[in-house]
Ligand binder design. Sequence first.
Ligand code: SD4
Length: 325
Amino acid sequence: MSHRRKFLKQSLIGSAALFPGVVQADILSERKSLNAKKPLILSTWNHGVPANATAIETLSSGGSIVDAVEKGVMTTELDLDNLSVGLQGLPDREGIVTLDASIMKGNGECGSVAFLRQIKHPISLARKVMEDTPHVMLAGEGARQFAIAQGFPLEKEELSPKAKEAYEEWRKTSKYKPIINIENHDTIGMIGIDENGKMAGSCTTSGLAYKMHGRVGDSPIIGAGLYVDDEVGAATATGLGETIIRICGSFLIVELMRQGRSPQEACEETVRRLVAKSPNSKEIQAGFLAVNKDGEMGAFAVQPGFNFALGDMSSNELIDSKSYF
Ligand code: SD4
């Protein structure tokens, strides 16, 4: 490993472990004026820091931007402390973990999986759908059969100790109230741009805790949880998927940027739209991240508490987003 790569790996992994001081979203305008250095990787929530570290390391080892956003979120899919991504996530009402994921390249190629069981890396299966099928989306049993045919191992269907404990507690009352944003670890959405301006994004989740069996959120819906267009920019979403699907949130952000809005303005306008269409907006959380082809960034959420990780070749930091309320 070259000295530079070794240094990069150590500094990024070191910063991931330490969660460096949180900075405010004003850094976005500062970075904008500095014309932030590509390549850039942005991802949602605290777990974005280690995910970004993997993505940047993938790029610095010669991987493409789509390799980077796949490998980056695979880190989160394996994180046993995370209760909202991967097989260790919280289950649905029946006690079954079902996963949603999507991946998209800036040239319009995309793939996704929804309502998937027993697969450790739904993001990699989404990539297989993109690259090895004539389709965009596979769901449920068909997605699982495709995974088996592609050689993905089927994992045992059992809850992680943390998820089991939480599920058993929930079963005492079985009250269905979507709880989002109580803890700072949620769905991971990642968007990235390489030094030549090529973009890609990924999004992976176990979805809403205690959802109805069969419920699919925004994360595998191209245009809702994720949208990428090399001609304009990229956006991803986290939060209550139903509210994001209703407004085609990520697509809306990219289209607003196409019409000349900055990434920050586009995120804010999209959150305003979401709030206007959500009568219960005071009780829910949804947040968006965006980057345009010049490397300018934006982030905005319904409630305070949303944060994201911003990584480039020399730093990887956690930033608090501004919010509507
Ligand atoms: C969903 N958007 O399934 C996901 C959940 C999430 O932050 O993002 N939580 O609705």
